[in-house]
Write a protein that binds this ligand. Sequence first.
Ligand SMILES: *[C@@H]1O[C@H](CO)[C@@H](O)[C@H](O)[C@H]1NC(C)=O
Ligand SMILES: *[C@@H]1O[C@H](CO)[C@@H](O)[C@H](O)[C@H]1NC(C)=O
Ligand SMILES: *[C@@H]1O[C@H](CO)[C@@H](O)[C@H](O)[C@H]1NC(C)=O
Ligand SMILES: *[C@@H]1O[C@H](CO)[C@@H](O)[C@H](O)[C@H]1NC(C)=O
Ligand SMILES: *[C@@H]1O[C@H](CO)[C@@H](O)[C@H](O)[C@H]1NC(C)=O
Ligand SMILES: *[C@@H]1O[C@H](CO)[C@@H](O)[C@H](O)[C@H]1NC(C)=O
Length: 200
Amino acid sequence: MERVTWFFLIYLICCEVASCLTTAAQTNLNITTERSALLALKACITNDPRNIVFTNWSTTTPVCNWVGVTCGERHHRVADLNLSYFGLTGTIPPELGNLSFLINMDFSNNSFHGILPQELAHLRRLKFISLGNNKFMSVILSWFGSLFKLQVFSLFGNQFSGSIPATIFNLSALQKIDLRDNQLSGTYKLMYLPTNYLKP
Ligand SMILES: *[C@@H]1O[C@H](CO)[C@@H](O)[C@H](O)[C@H]1NC(C)=O
Ligand SMILES: *[C@@H]1O[C@H](CO)[C@@H](O)[C@H](O)[C@H]1NC(C)=O
Ligand SMILES: *[C@@H]1O[C@H](CO)[C@@H](O)[C@H](O)[C@H]1NC(C)=O
Ligand SMILES: *[C@@H]1O[C@H](CO)[C@@H](O)[C@H](O)[C@H]1NC(C)=O
Ligand SMILES: *[C@@H]1O[C@H](CO)[C@@H](O)[C@H](O)[C@H]1NC(C)=O
Ligand SMILES: *[C@@H]1O[C@H](CO)[C@@H](O)[C@H](O)[C@H]1NC(C)=O
């Protein structure tokens, strides 16, 4: 009996260490990684009519000073990415999933197109996503359901199709969903949920 307990304890400790190592590997992604992620995004931008990103996101200035980028005061990592109304055309590269401290992502009112990379599911701190008024397409994949801190999920005015994945309704922090003006099936396209909506 006792031996079994010990084995169990050691097993638990090993699991704990292993999960710490995984977390550490994630947080090892430092500001240099975030800089490459944003440069990857810049490289995916094909039109910048007001030359905002093209001239301002320069490798000679720190990332935290770039227009549209706000870093957290404590950890100095990218916490906010707001490119709303920049008039940009482009796609979103998978590297954006390396912005592991990102809380707000506002790309609304641009001409971003293509498919959302599933690496965005790594953005576990995300509370606010607004991709409204762009040209994103394809189905909304269920990986959104792993963004457990999500409060606002706004994809209005794109070309998303298919059905609304049920995993979205599993997000207990969610307060607003706006999926209007897409080609989605189903009835719930705009919802303001009371806090604790799905909690028992
Ligand atoms: C960021 O991490 C890489 C390797 O993961 C390392 O080579 C680099 O020195 C780190 N940069 C900073 C600013 O910590
Ligand atoms: C980018 O814009 C910020 C804020 O307007 C400014 O402080 C910075 O000097 C600009 N950097 C470049 C390289 O234009
Ligand atoms: C992004 O910037 C726009 C315009 O400057 C502003 O209206 C909007 O509230 C910002 N989004 C977030 C998430 O702060
Ligand atoms: C960042 O993301 C890309 C694509 O998801 C990946 O290939 C890369 O290894 C990641 N990490 C770093 C440190 O750039
Ligand atoms: C989006 O922004 C452009 C200017 O950048 C403006 O002309 C257009 O009316 C905006 N669209 C909406 C729906 O706000
Ligand atoms: C909702 O979350 C529970 C618990 O994590 C999980 O078992 C279930 O499969 C999820 N449902 C959907 C539709 O994702």
